[in-house]
Design a protein around this ligand. Structure first.
Ligand SMILES: Cc1ncc(COP(=O)(O)O)c(C=O)c1O
Length: 394
């Protein structure tokens, strides 16, 4: 960010492909709920969240289709974003010095939350050449003493990988066999782009897999689904009563999830299907443009992500971080440059991801097209310059 700020101070416009802040407007029912909130006191909400909101959420999950009995409101805990749901889930399943398995490259905050709790992250590496799929056998091989949970996002950040129902079931079976929890981060559930263009498709949920009642924990959020990141509302869903009770105790300690935002999140559930589709279609069109454009640049390659709004691209550079800094510090194309996230930070395994970047397609298509031009020109300029050591901020 300091490099980006310095670029801006030089008068250069920086396109941000580095963060997952959607540019699309927050859904209309949510904005309307904020505008019409009219209570004399903004009071605490119940620690587990408002009952009517949890009932509405249960309806949402049951409409998606769940295995076994319908999901009930008392299996849903409203949290401060998906972030707090993750924190509670890891805190409730692990003691300090325990371990969680995370699919690598991973959403970096998994590591942050684990670190806060004194929990060790054990990476299970996936590869671009395999479409970043997570083979169950690789997970099984990584399970050792002290491992309490497997944490997987699907659709995935940073890779866009989506687990099929069969893959979720296979991973779930591994968790059952080894007596560990299966924490599935489904905050991008609606963001899938199937080949057949099925407009009603959503990513398979672990709630659809039978016989995982004791093991499965769903992490969810309104942030991306309704383009409402600042609402700070998420939830945790589990049928495991003991685990729920442990998470509820953490929730009681922090008193309450946001009151006004829960009202807005409940309204968001009433977003018309066509509005949701328009949002997903916009992301699909962006993905298609970006993937085709990247693969057309000499030396650049990326698999086609099936979901979310991120992708990992291989660049023809030895050190993607150095290149990202170069773009901000030394390069511009007619007064514009690009900020990308070096992918090394999404890996715990040393050396992995050094030539990769993560891009978030949260800009409109004309801007993405411009970003591709800047990237192409930036790579050519970088290749032409004398090799320089990695820049430092000091
Ligand atoms: C995979 C994943 N999980 C969880 C979150 C947490 O989001 P929030 O706390 O806004 O719900 C994010 C945010 O980017 C994410 O990408």
């Amino acid at each position: 960010m300091p490099y980006a700020e310095a670029a801006r101070a030089r008068g250069v416009h920086v396109h941000h492909l580095n963060i997952g802040q959607p540019d699309l407007p927050t859904v209309a029912p949510m904005l309307q709920a904020y505008r019409s909130f009219d209570h004399p006191v903004v009071a605490y909400a119940p620690s587990e969240g408002f009952l009517d909101y949890r009932q509405a959420l249960a309806g949402y999950y049951n409409r998606l289709g769940v295995a076994g009995d319908p999901i009930r409101a008392d299996q849903i805990l409203v949290t401060v974003g998906g972030s707090e749901a993750l924190l509670f889930a890891i805190a409730a399943t692990c003691d300090p010095e325990d371990k969680i398995l995370v699919v690598e490259p991973y959403y970096t905050n998994y590591r942050g939350f684990a670190h806060m709790l004194g929990v060790e992250v054990v990476p299970v590496t996936t590869h671009a050449s395999e479409g970043f799929k997570l083979p169950a056998e690789r997970v099984r091989a990584a399970i050792g003493p002290g491992v309490r949970a497997l944490v997987v996002p699907t659709p995935g950040n940073p890779t866009g990988m989506v687990l099929s129902h069969a893959e979720l079931a296979e991973l779930g079976q591994v968790c059952v066999d080894h007596g560990i929890f299966f924490i599935v981060d489904e905050v991008y559930r609606e963001f899938v782009y199937p080949e057949d263009g099925d407009a009603s498709a959503v990513a398979p949920s672990v709630l659809e897999v039978p016989d995982l009642e004791g093991h499965a924990v769903v992490i969810d959020s309104v942030s991306k689904r309704y383009s409402g990141c600042g609402a700070r509302i998420g939830c945790l869903v589990t049928r495991n009563r003991e685990l729920y009770a442990a998470c509820l105790r953490f929730a009681q300690a922090r008193l309450s999830p946001p009151t006004v935002d829960q009202v807005a999140a409940a309204a968001a559930l009433r977003t018309p299907h066509e509005d949701m589709r328009a949002m997903i279609d916009a992301y699909r069109a962006r993905r298609d443009l970006l993937v085709a454009g990247l693969n057309a640049i000499p030396g650049v390659s990326c698999p086609t992500p099936e979901g979310a709004f991120y992708l990992i691209a291989d660049l023809p550079v030895a050190d993607a971080e150095d290149f990202c800094i170069f773009l901000l510090r030394e390069f511009d194309l007619e007064g514009e440059t690009l900020m990308m996230a070096p992918a090394e930070g999404f890996y715990a395994t040393p050396g992995e991801g050094r030539n990769q970047v993560r891009l978030a397609y949260v800009l409109d298509r004309p801007k993405l097209a411009r970003c591709l031009e800047i990237l192409r020109a930036g790579l050519a300029a970088y290749a032409a310059r004398a090799p320089a050591p990695r820049a430092s901020m000091s």
